[in-house]
Design a protein around this ligand. Structure first.
Ligand code: ZN
Length: 194
């Protein structure tokens, strides 16, 4: 097996039914460091469909569109996302490569990260109110009255620091991340010259 990944890469593979059939050791290391939620550990994700871990329709739909096009055009796609824990901001490039038999391989490469003042909104262990706010699955921007704000700005705009209970988070996609993903899909199509 080839092994040219940097130590911080998380690698996982899906079969033709989008079931997770392999994760590398970094998967669990990351799951433990990130939020420590046991349902994210490899023993609880293997052989399950990846889309079952994505709650909202928009993100699911776009994810499926990327997978379909990677398989159809047999070309790799790369999407930049932010994967944040309460006090660390991470910039990650996810590259999705086509394999034999409609399997696909994901390489999640940490490009850079920095610490920040703890954002309680992102702490999954804190109890929540019945209110919901929408967050972009890709860049973690927060939607307030149909406008999108970068995480910290959104939090201060909502004065979340002063509320006794934080709202729950539902996920979606902001227009700029939607555009990025659609452009990447378009690039896959156009790069096919036969
Ligand atoms: Zn976004």
């Amino acid at each position: 097996m080839e092994n040219n990944n940097t130590p911080s890469s998380i690698v996982y593979r899906l079969n033709q039914n989008d079931e997770i059939i392999y994760v590398n050791d970094n998967w669990d290391k990351f799951a433990e460091e990130n939020d420590g939620m046991p349902e994210n550990l490899s023993k609880n994700v293997l052989n399950k469909k990846i889309l079952s871990f994505i709650a909202d329709f928009e993100t699911k739909h776009l994810y499926k569109a990327i997978l379909d096009n990677v398989r159809l055009y047999k070309r790799s796609a790369t999407i930049g996302i932010m994967c944040d824990s309460p006090n660390i901001v991470r910039f990650i490039d996810i590259t999705i490569k086509p394999l034999e038999n409609d399997h696909v391989e994901f390489h999640c490469l940490l490009k850079k990260q920095h610490e920040r003042t703890k954002v309680l909104l992102l702490d999954k262990h804190i109890p929540r109110s019945d209110d919901f706010i929408k967050m972009c699955s890709y860049c973690k921007a927060i939607n307030i009255d149909n406008e999108w704000f970068e995480t910290e700005k959104g939090v201060s705009k909502l004065s979340l620091f002063y509320k006794s209970r934080l709202p729950q988070i539902s996920h979606g996609i902001c227009p700029s991340c939607y555009k990025n993903v659609m452009e990447e899909i378009e690039r896959l199509k156009q790069a096919t010259t036969g």
